[in-house]
Design a protein around this ligand. Structure first.
Ligand code: I24
Ligand code: DGL
Length: 271
């Protein structure tokens, strides 16, 4: 049965808007409910325990909207929390790691794949596991790039400072025989030009956002749950931090007017 229920997308902040934008492009009939945890961003440097707790809180909040599907658009949250979330809900849960891993395996010619991401993502080894689950003989080289997210959030996508940060972070990977590099973080595609020019034309860059949107289509199609209404859906955005800042970034990125609802976590009070 076609379903007018929404697709819920969560992220540590604004980076998951790249996934939301691609879903809006590929599936314009689908209503999106997006939650960005901008009060507690970034997740990359945090402990696994903390990330699992935050992600569970957000999912708990999103379930009130009765979504048909849940998307974890944050690589770090996917890496450490997706199994916990799957155990918590009865709807399909899609993360950004498996779609990215699949695309890399399709694209590699020599079977040697590089992965970059936040400290939390790389420490979890979630990409190594996903890649080897699909293709056990794959060889993986990983590197955390903690300097990249702050760079992107300052809007420094090009230039000397960017190229220097990229060359410092990726010098080791450049010495390996990888022919394909997974950009395992929502923010890294903004640095594609610099990364591509440093790694050289023989290394294919893989971003997860497009692949994840395709996975969402596939899952909804097979479940007979694609939306069919002729009316364009009204998306809803929630964030835990400053809604004005969130709205500014989201509208610039999505090229459309959006409404943002701030969410204040209930703090325990002792009287
Ligand atoms: N891009 C990102 N994060 C920011 C930013 C940006 N400011 C400008 N641009 N700020 O991520 C993060 C700081 N937080 C603090 C808490 O509230 C929310 C913001 C990049 C992903 C964006 C999809 C540059 C910029 C922009 C619009 C679109 C894209 C972009 F302003 F990179
Ligand atoms: N969204 C995060 C990710 O994809 C990057 C930002 C953060 O560290 O929270 O890993």
């Amino acid at each position: 049965m076609p379903s007018s229920q929404a697709i819920a997308i969560l992220d540590s902040g604004v980076g998951g808007l790249t996934v939301a934008k691609e879903v809006m492009r590929q599936l314009p009939q689908e209503q999106i409910i997006y939650f960005g945890d901008t009060a507690r961003t970034p997740y990359g440097p945090r402990s696994a325990n903390e990330i699992v707790k935050f992600t569970m809180e957000i999912v708990d909040y999103l379930l009130q909207f009765q979504p048909k599907l849940l998307v974890i658009a944050c690589n770090t949250a996917t890496a450490v929390a997706i199994d916990h979330i799957r155990a918590m809900v009865s709807i399909p849960v899609i993360g950004v790691i498996t779609p990215g891993a699949r695309a890399a395996i399709k694209s590699t010619r020599n079977g040697i794949i590089g992965v970059i991401g936040t400290a939390g993502t790389i420490r979890s080894e979630a990409y190594d596991q996903a890649l080897k689950r699909i293709s056990p003989s794959i060889q993986v080289y990983s590197k955390a790039c903690p300097s990249f997210v702050p760079l992107v959030e300052r809007g420094v996508f090009y230039g000397e400072e960017t190229d220097l940060a990229v060359s410092e972070a990726l010098a080791g990977l450049k010495e390996t025989p990888i022919d394909c590099l997974i950009l395992g973080c929502t923010h890294y595609p903004f640095l594609s030009e610099s990364i591509h020019s440093f790694m050289g034309p023989d290394v294919t860059l893989i971003s997860s956002a497009d692949e994840t949107a395709r996975e969402i289509s596939t899952v909804l199609y097979h479940r007979g749950q694609l939306a069919e209404s002729q009316e364009l859906p009204i998306h809803r955005f929630f964030c835990s931090g400053d809604p004005v800042m969130f709205q500014r970034i989201a509208q610039m990125w999505l090229n459309e007017h959006i409404t943002v609802t701030p969410v204040v976590w209930q703090v325990p009070r002792f009287i």
